[in-house]
Design a protein around this ligand. Structure first.
Ligand code: ATP
Ligand code: MG
Length: 365
């Protein structure tokens, strides 16, 4: 069997604590199921900065390039808050995204039955919720030029960001959304603001043309992004896959996150383009939460977002769909049995620690 090369970048704060639970799981998969995973581990974020003076070293960048998949924990913390922008811990993540050309950010919003009541919304709105937001990650307002603060010379300044999208960028991100929809409920909703933005007009045209040319079997709808945000809160279960640009995707995926409960539950994947020869893609998997310095080192962090990120890794990097589904079912069963960490346990419940939570999932896998 071919080896499957994983590169772990646990990072700072609760990153290493959550990643340790994935390592346990990988060990079990290797031992009991001959899964053939090989793990290398590197440094990213504050710990890399302290060790190498860089938020990720060149060697670790090369190892990330050579791996089949990168698992990323979290970076940053109060210790490094003062350092200048070029050495900020987050720079390591941005470098990885850029150099691996990870243009597609996948953020599922799944509501586990055991947690439906703890959502900020009513149970009937979110129970059984399973949506996937596909956010374009390398273009748009966050990267377009010009990007500057211009001195107008009359005591006034002008802050400029530019929304830019080219045809190929919209084609490839919508292609990812259509492909993923085929493995789900076969529905895509594309969101932009074509009523006030030229990039939105182009987005709408290209998505529509790509759909007609290659994905006519998928059901496609369009929404203005503001209306989409409203619908996401009003009737979230109407959606299957949502595809949108970098800025709107940033906002909408955070809105969707709050439908489901805790930050400690939410996984994400960032994918690159398939290699023309091998068909494999570069990919990085990470929890949505950050390094949570307030609870780091206490052994109480919720590892489920990290474990669910590994389930995405099984599905998208290794085509191990059955194993991914089993792992997700094990997470749901763990919660159904009332095993929860402090961030999600309800009033009167008793919380378990990070290690016990990981063990409970592995026992049900
Ligand atoms: P970043 O800037 O890195 O995103 P942040 O301050 O925005 O960090 P997080 O680090 O994600 O946010 O944490 C916000 C709060 O949510 C934490 O202080 C913590 O209490 C809680 N939290 C986040 N992740 C988890 C988790 N996995 N388990 C338990 N609590 C968590
Ligand atoms: Mg944050």
């Amino acid at each position: 069997m071919a080896t499957r090369k994983l590169f772990f970048l646990p990072g700072d704060g609760i990153g290493p604590e959550a990643m340790a639970e994935v390592r346990k799981l990988v060990d079990v998969m290797n031992a009991d199921h001959a899964a053939g995973f090989e793990i290398e581990e590197g440094l990213v974020g504050g710990i890399a900065y302290d060790t190498h003076g860089q938020s990720i070293s060149e060697t670790d960048m090369e190892r990330a390039q050579a791996a089949d998949a990168v698992l990323f924990g979290a970076v940053g913390g109060p210790k490094w808050d003062g350092v200048g922008y070029d050495v900020r811990p987050e720079a390591g993540l941005l470098r990885l995204r850029k150099d691996l050309e990870l243009f597609a950010n996948l953020r599922p919003a799944i509501c586990y039955p055991a947690l439906a009541g703890s959502s900020s919304l009513k149970r009937e709105l979110v129970e059984g919720l399973d949506i996937l937001i596909v956010r374009e990650l390398t273009g748009g307002t966050y990267f377009g030029e010009p990007k500057e603060i211009r001195d107008l010379g009359n005591g006034q300044k002008r802050g400029i960001d530019t929304q830019v999208y080219d045809t190929y960028e919209i084609e490839r991100i919508s292609g990812v959304a259509f492909e993923l929809a085929r493995t789900r409920q076969n529905r895509v909703c594309s969101m932009e603001k074509r009523n006030v933005m030229k990039s939105g007009v182009l987005w709408n045209e290209v998505v529509t043309a790509n759909h007609a040319a290659h994905y006519a079997d998928v059901e496609l709808s369009h929404m203005l992004a503001d209306a989409g945000g409203m619908q996401l809160v009003r009737r979230p279960k109407q959606f299957d896959v949502i595809v949108t640009d970098n800025l709107f995707g940033d906002l909408l995926s955070d809105v969707a996150a709050m439908l489901t409960g805790s930050l400690g539950m939410l996984p994400s994947a960032s994918l690159g383009a398939p290699d023309e020869k091998t068909g494999t893609r570069k990919a990085l998997y990470e929890p949505v939460h950050g390094s949570a310095p307030d609870i780091a080192g206490k052994g109480i962090a919720n590892p489920l977002a990290m474990i669910a990120s590994f389930a995405m890794c099984l599905r998208y990097s290794f085509g191990m769909v059955a194993e991914a589904e089993r792992l997700e079912a094990a997470i749901a069963a763990t919660l159904d049995d009332g095993v929860m960490t402090a961030d999600i346990v309800g009033e009167g419940g008793t919380a378990v620690g990070t290690g016990e939570m990981g063990d409970a999932v592995i026992a049900r896998f």
